[in-house]
Ligand binder design. Structure first.
Ligand code: PEP
Ligand code: MN
Length: 372
């Protein structure tokens, strides 16, 4: 299915009360509707069924969304409207939506309600706010444990820390690898905080899966399509960061790779983009938050550390992100930022994090969301 050339054109949303018979009727109707006779002959019904099953991943209550109508990209769109009414008239069909955007499964057209992603024992999205904090990189056991303790004490719902670091210079600290993952797991054990850590290479997937609760795909890998497909096949949530020069549509298309491969648990992250401005490390595209939330059902978080590069901007940008509708934040925090091996200038110290987290909690409550 991953390598097929089908594009989703419409989705048939079944009502929660739809019977198996209703579901079967609708799916049966889709095959002749959506495909040319040659396509059906080539694939056969059995060849198409797994694809429809993949779409069923969204099916939280049993039968909300089961069937999709597909077509070869070259196939002409004009065939669809006539079939639409016929499909809508079937028992158990709630509505038929036309998927106009190039991204399909991640679009609001496909799914109206917010996706809520588990974050350890808490949640992120749909009114649940996630506060992920911790060092840029895992540097030592003590540093990691201390960071997890102080961010937890100030209300964080997840701990971050890089074991594999994407560094501009090959001479810069590259991360401690598996040793770092072990420290993060120990930090989770002690604090209960779920671990968010970056995967850079599909060859490390099994290793990272043994320790992480959320797999981060960094800005530089947003369009590493094989990496996206790989994390699309696992059961852990994926935190997908926007590329340095990626448009919103490109970010959503990248998320589509993950969801299409079978993993619907994707969190999107606005982390600043490259502009002509030099006062900040990147430029926080705050408008991206409401824009993405209007176009997609996936939760959106903001990284004020990488967006600004400056510790004094973390709090104002965090508050702005919450006001703009963000579902969470990922913030760099370090027990002693002045000694950090990486990104100390954009990391809060324990006292600073405590102050900022308190303001964040107030703002989260003010917009009517729950922390965790
Ligand atoms: C990070 O969060 O550790 C990181 C490297 O960020 P980004 O991929 O957004 O640059
Ligand atoms: Mn960093």
């Amino acid at each position: 299915v991953y390598s097929s050339t089908f594009e989703l054109l419409i989705a048939v949303i079944l009502s929660a009360q739809a019977t198996d018979k209703g579901v079967n009727k609708a799916t049966a109707k889709l095959f002749p509707v959506a495909n040319t006779p040659e396509t059906i002959a080539a694939l056969g019904e059995d060849g198409l069924k797994p694809y429809i099953k993949t779409i069923g991943l969204f099916n939280s209550k049993g039968k909300n969304i089961i069937a999709t109508c597909q077509r070869l990209i070259e196939q002409h769109q004009s065939q669809v409207p006539a079939q639409r009414e016929a499909l809508e008239a079937l028992p158990g069909v709630d509505r038929v939506v036309t998927l106009l955007r190039p991204y399909k499964l991640v679009s609001r057209e496909f799914r109206r309600s917010d996706t809520v992603v588990p974050l350890g024992a808490t949640q992120l999205g749909g009114g649940h706010f996630g506060l992920i904090a911790g060092p840029c990189s895992v540097e030592s056991r003590e540093q990691t444990l201390e960071a997890a303790r102080f961010v937890k004490a100030s209300g964080a719902t997840g701990v971050r820390g890089g074991a594999f670091k994407p560094r501009t210079s090959p001479y810069a600290f590259q991360g401690l690898g598996e040793e770092a993952l072990q420290y993060l797991a120990e930090a989770r054990e002690e604090t209960g905080l779920p671990v968010v850590t970056e995967l850079m290479d599909p060859r490390h997937l099994d290793l990272v899966l043994r320790y992480a609760d959320v797999i981060q795909i960094g800005a530089r890998n947003m369009q590493n399509f094989h990496l996206l497909a790989a994390v699309g096949e696992v059961g852990l949530p994926v935190l997908l960061k926007r590329g340095l020069s990626a448009t919103i549509e490109e970010l959503l298309m990248a998320a589509e790779y993950v969801v299409r491969a079978g993993n619907p648990q994707v969190i999107l992250c606005e982390r600043g983009i490259r502009t002509f401005e030099t006062a900040t490390r990147n430029t926080l595209d705050i408008a991206a938050v409401p824009i993405i939330k209007a176009r997609s059902h996936l939760p959106v978080i903001v990284d004020p550390s990488h967006a600004s590069g400056r510790v004094e901007l973390i709090e104002p940008l965090s508050l702005a992100a919450i006001a703009a509708g963000a579902d969470g934040l990922i913030i760099e925090a370090h027990p002693a930022p002045e000694t950090a091996l990486c990104d100390g200038a954009q990391s809060l110290n324990p006292a600073g994090f405590a102050r900022t987290a308190a303001r964040i909690a107030e703002m989260v409550a003010w917009v009517g969301k729950t922390l965790g």
